[in-house]
Design a binder for this molecule. Structure first.
Ligand code: PMT
Length: 404
């Protein structure tokens, strides 16, 4: 493996689990780091100590472990991986995955990960051939899960036929092929803003908004997966950050602008953050008190417009500047007007009116607006919106004429 690769290995309860030890050894020989999750069934077959000794990493087993959750957390475990490998995957585990169950650490992490997933099934020949198992495999393939199919031969149960876990060396081959997928944004620097900004009123109070950072973080992750060197500048967010080259956490619009300037030069800028348009002119040094009985009045002043500044900067203008527009009426027309006023290249318009559940929600319906056209995408998860947008960005940068 040419680049440092972080593999998250899930070992489930099949007799072939012993081969996972060899797999870990070989992966480490090739320079990968391996974290492991052992399911309850898996721990009947191999010990956590053996996996920990070979991987040189702690082995995770329990979704509700206070220590593990405070040290690592299942979401970070899911996100800090370039690839998740399930080897061996039992029939039961495939059924859980296909149904989207999340009743233990392994299944929960699989729902939370944004990394590609490679599954190496192993089971009795009849169990593998059973229509239920094949239905689950088909469904998972449809969900984008990659498989290295079981080999044929003598099985531990005494029967013969397909069901043997693929050999570790073949699983390694599948991993290498998967990770060698083209990275169209290699050598491209991307700046992504995400989350809200918060503007202080006094030492304890602030004006903020409902942005969770989900959409911006997903876009940063999608660009990074395509090889971009991503700087993610984010306002306060509980959303775990994706693996990016540089993460800068800020609070106010002015801090966000400074961090964005610092990140230049960049080839791409995607401004997803919900930046506060105004801030309190004179922030109170002491906590405002109720004692005088009158509700406070705030004099506001305008914040800098980060998207407009990035679009209009004479030096270091990114080759492609993409804004987002959060609108509650005349969504496309208002977003197009913003594109023209701020002079970005593309703007992604989303309807954020009351019942849309876009702020903080998991899905989004967007319109991609360029100077020439408007495309309306169906309702998609924020990850899917991110992937589509990253693909479009890659197309535009690889083929400059595609740029609006
Ligand atoms: O974070 P989530 O919960 O996942 O929600 C995602 C989202 C709704 C925040 C996101 O999809 C979105 O719409 N982001 C833009 C929110 C916004 O501030 O929209 P706007 O129409 O007010 O601003 C237009 C553009 O100008 C945006 O790119 C914004 O980043 C930028 N802007 C705005 C004001 C300002 N002072 N500086 C800016 O750069």
């Amino acid at each position: 493996m040419t680049e440092p690769t972080r593999i998250l290995l899930i070992v489930t309860g099949g007799i072939a689990a012993y081969k996972s030890l060899d797999l870990v050894r070989r992966l480490r020989e090739r320079g990968a780091s391996v974290r492991s999750i052992l399911t309850a069934g898996g721990s009947e077959m191999v010990t956590p100590l053996a996996l920990a000794a070979l991987s040189g990493e702690k082995v995770y087993q329990d979704l509700f472990s206070l220590t593990d959750e405070s040290e690592m957390g299942h979401i970070r475990l899911a996100r800090d991986a370039d690839l998740v490998v399930v080897a061996p995957a039992t029939a039961d585990f495939l059924a859980k995955m296909a149904t989207g169950l999340a009743d233990d650490l392994a299944t929960t992490v699989l729902l939370a990960t944004t990394a590609p997933v490679l599954v190496a099934p192993a089971m009795n020949v009849q169990m593998w051939a059973h229509p239920a198992t094949q239905r689950n495999v088909k469904r998972l393939r449809g969900d984008g899960i990659r498989f290295i199919d079981p080999g044929s031969g003598d099985l531990a149960c005494g029967e013969e036929g397909p069901g043997r876990l693929a050999e570790p060396v073949d699983i390694i081959g599948a991993i290498e092929t998967l990770l060698a997928q083209p990275k169209p944004l290699h050598n491209i620097r991307a700046l992504v803003t995400s989350g809200p900004t918060i503007e202080p009123i006094d030492p304890v109070r602030y004006f903020g908004n409902r942005s969770s950072g989900k959409q911006g973080h997903a876009i940063a992750g999608a660009l990074a997966r395509r090889g971009a060197e991503v700087t993610l500048v984010t306002g306060p967010s509980v959303q775990p950050p994706p693996p990016v080259a540089c993460l800068t956490q800020v609070e106010t619009a002015e801090e966000m602008l400074a961090a964005c300037r610092e990140a230049l030069p960049a080839d791409i800028a995607v401004c997803v953050a919900a930046v506060a348009d105004w801030r309190v002119k004179a922030v109170h040094k002491q906590k405002l008190s109720r004692r005088n009985g009158q509700p406070p009045r705030y004099e506001m002043e305008e914040n800098p417009d980060i998207l407009a500044q990035l679009s209009q900067t004479a030096n270091d203008r990114p080759r492609l500047v993409v804004g987002f527009a959060a609108e509650t009426e005349d969504v496309v027309d208002r977003a197009r007007a913003k594109l023209e006023r701020k002079q970005c290249d593309w703007i992604v318009a989303n309807d954020v009116s009351d019942d849309s559940n876009v702020f903080g929600g998991d899905s989004n319906t967007v319109h991609l607006i360029t100077s020439q056209a408007t495309e309306t995408w169906p309702r998609l998860s924020k990850e899917e919106v991110a992937d589509r947008l990253a693909e479009r960005i890659a197309d535009a940068l690889v083929e400059p004429t595609a740029r609006p």
